[in-house]
Ligand binder design. Structure first.
Ligand code: PEP
Ligand code: MG
Length: 315
């Protein structure tokens, strides 16, 4: 029967040699979940959960959180959904985490650092995520933001597992955690490189500050060298390495990151199609060649230019 009117489901992400590369969505709340599926998201690689807390004077209850997470999860039943626990502090201050003025909030008590001091908030969030998983049948993974070392990693992994989370990971966005990736990888079920903060902290350039915006470029070889450490550590430990920063949505940089050892990519759903098309132009061996070229450059601009030129010779 001619079924040409049915919407054509996008194919799963893959490189030209058939290497599968899960293409996942970054979501900021529940409203864009169904749209992400329609655009071919194979799962969620980063659900930012700040949306639930920003308007609250008190922390939302477990049941309120459960309902909201279930709403975001439902279109992804049977698929992987990686949720990042509350990343407050820095530009997102919350009264119930004990808002204190900090001169340099990006270098302050943000992310896991703040949650660790208010563990009941973290425990409630983890309980709600597990409850929402039970309601919807997603394959839940939970990761912590702003993890700096093995002590913080072990703390989060133990707490999340004790509350029933089966797959626990970390966001690698503080340079120390990339440097220490070989210590951290054996402790977790997955890692996800947050290139936005990793770039800001590596180049010591505030990502909110226009005057240093030129430094906020994840093509920088320093950032790529850190990503390589994470890729190598993931491979050695048999742990998947995602990228959830904006770099994953830059088609050629996505290929470079795969060449550095990333195994899955998560991005704004609108970018999935372009990245999917680019991956089909390069084999994994070619991605590794492009990555080696980028690592050897002197600047982000040089890395982008050299890779763009070399990639033209691929299919
Ligand atoms: C990142 O830092 O790259 C990231 C994905 O998180 P956010 O942009 O929310 O800080
Ligand atoms: Mg971040």
């Amino acid at each position: 029967a001619d079924d040409s009117s049915a919407p054509c489901a996008p194919t799963p992400g893959a490189l030209a040699d058939g290497t599968a590369v899960p293409l996942l969505a970054n979501l900021g709340d529940a409203t864009d979940a169904a749209a992400a599926v329609a655009l071919g998201a194979e799962g969620v690689g980063l659900l930012r959960t700040e949306f639930l807390y920003l308007d609250s004077q008190a922390a939302p209850s477990v049941s309120e959180q459960t309902d909201r997470y279930a709403e975001a999860f439902r279109p992804f039943a049977g698929r992987r959904v990686l949720v990042r626990v509350l990343d407050a502090g820095a530009d997102k201050q919350l009264a119930f985490l004990g808002h204190v003025h900090e001169e340099n909030p990006a270098l302050g008590r943000r992310g896991l650092r703040a949650l660790r001091e208010h563990e009941s908030v973290l425990r409630d969030q983890l309980r709600a995520l597990v409850a929402a998983r039970e309601l919807t049948g997603v394959e839940l993974g939970v990761m912590a933001p702003m993890v700096a070392d093995a002590d913080e990693t072990a703390y989060f992994v133990e707490l999340a597992r004790s509350l029933g989370v089966g797959s626990v990971g970390i966001t690698v966005e503080v340079p120390s955690s990339a440097v220490l990736a070989d210590q951290l990888a054996p402790l977790v079920d997955f890692m996800s490189i947050g290139t936005n903060d990793l770039t800001q902290y590596t180049l010591a350039a505030d990502r909110m500050l226009g005057s240093v915006a030129a430094f906020q470029d994840p093509w920088h070889p320093a950032v790529l060298r850190l990503a390589r450490l994470v890729g190598d550590a993931g491979r050695a430990a048999g742990v998947p390495v995602g990228v959830c920063g904006e770099a994953a949505g830059d088609p050629l940089l996505a290929v470079v990151l795969l060449g550095l050892g990333a195994t899955e990519l998560s991005m704004s759903p609108a970018l999935l199609g372009e990245v999917r098309a680019e991956l089909l132009r390069h084999t994994l061996a070619e991605a590794r060649e492009l990555a080696a070229l980028a690592l050897a450059q002197r600047s982000a601009a040089d890395a982008r230019a050299v890779v763009t030129k070399a990639a033209r010779t691929h299919r």
